[in-house]
Design a binder for this molecule. Structure first.
Ligand code: XUL
Ligand code: CO
Length: 441
């Protein structure tokens, strides 16, 4: 089989002193951090759409990177993509991958043709996974937002025929996920939202979305899918308003429709910031409510208001992310999928490796910092002490349900003005502690 990157060998771990661009400085797959190897803690995944298909096309210009993989025939190209993806994963020590059905195999016309051609590629991947069981499917999903038929949405389309088509497409995607032993299945509501309420029956659209989710979950379980279903929140883009706005909104939706025991979250950093939240906020909401599942690792640009899907290089954000992951008990079925693309100007084959190395090293650094935050204990202890008034006296009575409104009135009248249990929030101090932990140089 042809080698796609003959000039690049397996990326070694060389440590922080290394200046070799094609080496990891922080990501040592075998290093143990908080009881598990980095490989197990971080569970990095390659995103098929950006890495194997994204050629840098944007609204203002055509692609800059060659992602044809030397083939012009669509089926031959789809298989070459598989070979190239496995080579990239191998050379970067990445164990997982994620796909949309149409990233694996494009649209051919009829659903029947699409399914047959997709099956051919999935069988091909299955063979490669048999030969190399270290490569695993983190999650699969269906691209129900690209083709013109999805212009008004898929599960929330005003057309019942589009709903049926989407259901059929998703049925095949979950079957492929099961065939490849996937531990997750993602729903990102690509065009599940609206442009104007003047033409939208929002209540019906959301009811229908819930109907579709229920069908997929029941079908998936019936064919032996044991992994997690995830919703990936995003507030806008491509539609003006996406129904899966953020984690809190999705949790409300899932609870309303009785789907909250069936679905967790796939949190994407750039989607969090589009919703005017921090990445850590979204992870915290998921963790606190028992919905933490998986992560799409990337970052936006503070000066741009859209989903730039950049490779994550912000170690501060990665540290706070990994702090939430460790506090959630680590990944089970989920992992860190690089839903990220090299910039349009970073168009060479080497840039694929350099951008993954940047992202993986950032998260390795984030993991190490997060572990140090927990081991150091000052931040956790501060938070614990800040809420000390809830573990004794009146606070404990409130939590235990023993205090009535009248009891609290009596207490407040007797106590007088509150002063002694009000301490400083010490934000600046805590931020400096984090800096000290991060830059212990
Ligand atoms: C789009 C996005 C998707 C999902 C999978 O913003 O993040 O690629 O991750 O459909
Ligand atoms: Co994503």
């Amino acid at each position: 089989m042809a080698e796609f990157f003959p000039n690049i060998s397996k990326i070694p771990f060389e440590g922080v002193k290394s200046t070799n661009p094609l080496a990891f400085k922080y990501y040592d797959p075998d290093e143990v951090v908080m009881g598990k190897t980095m490989r197990e803690q971080l569970k990095f995944a390659l995103s098929w759409w950006h890495t194997m298909g994204g050629d840098g096309t944007d609204m203002f210009g055509c692609g800059t990177a060659d992602k044809t993989w030397g083939e012009s025939d669509p089926t031959a190209r789809a298989k070459a993509k598989v070979d190239a993806a496995f080579e990239i994963m191998d050379k970067l020590s990445i164990d997982y991958f994620c796909w949309h059905d149409r990233d694996l195999s494009p649209e051919y016309g009829s659903l029947k043709d699409n399914n047959e051609k997709l099956q051919e590629v999935v069988d091909y991947i299955a063979e490669k996974m048999k030969a190399d069981p270290s490569k695993k499917l983190l999650w699969g999903t269906a691209k129900c937002f690209d083709h013109p038929r999805f212009m008004h949405g898929a599960g929330t389309s005003p057309s019942a025929d589009v709903f049926a088509y989407s259901a059929a497409q998703i049925k095949k995607a979950i079957e492929c996920t099961v065939q490849l032993g996937g531990t997750g299945y993602v729903f990102w509501g690509g065009r599940e939202g609206y442009e104007t309420l003047l033409n939208t029956n929002m209540a019906l659209e959301q009811d229908n979305m819930a109907r579709l989710l229920r069908m997929v979950i029941d079908y998936g379980r019936s064919i032996g899918f044991k992994g997690d279903f995830y919703i990936e929140p995003k507030p806008k883009e491509p539609t003006k308003h996406q129904y899966d706005f953020d984690t809190a909104t999705v949790i409300g939706f899932l609870r309303k429709y009785g789907l909250d025991k069936d679905i967790k979250m796939n949190i994407e950093a750039n989607h969090a910031t589009l919703a005017q939240h921090t990445f850590q906020h979204e992870l915290r909401v998921a963790r606190d409510n028992g919905f933490f599942g998986s992560i799409d690792a990337n970052q936006g640009d503070v000066l741009l208001g859209w989903d730039t899907d950049q490779f994550p290089t912000n170690a501060y954000d990665a540290a706070l992310c990994m702090y939430e992951v460790l506090k959630a008990g680590g990944f089970t079925n989920g992992g860190l999928n690089f839903d990220a693309k090299a910039r349009r100007g970073s168009f060479t084959p080497e840039d694929i490796f350099l951008s993954y190395i940047a992202g993986m090293d950032t998260f390795a650094l984030g993991l190490k910092i997060a572990a140090k935050m927990i081991e150091d204990g000052r931040i956790d202890k501060f938070v614990e002490d800040r809420y000390a008034s809830w573990s004794t006296g009146i606070g404990k009575d409130i939590i235990d349900g023993k205090a009535t409104l009248a009891d609290l009135e009596k207490y407040a009248l007797e106590k007088g003005e509150v002063a002694d249990s009000l301490g400083s929030g010490r934000q600046e101090y805590l931020e400096s502690v984090l800096n000290q932990i991060m830059f212990n140089i």
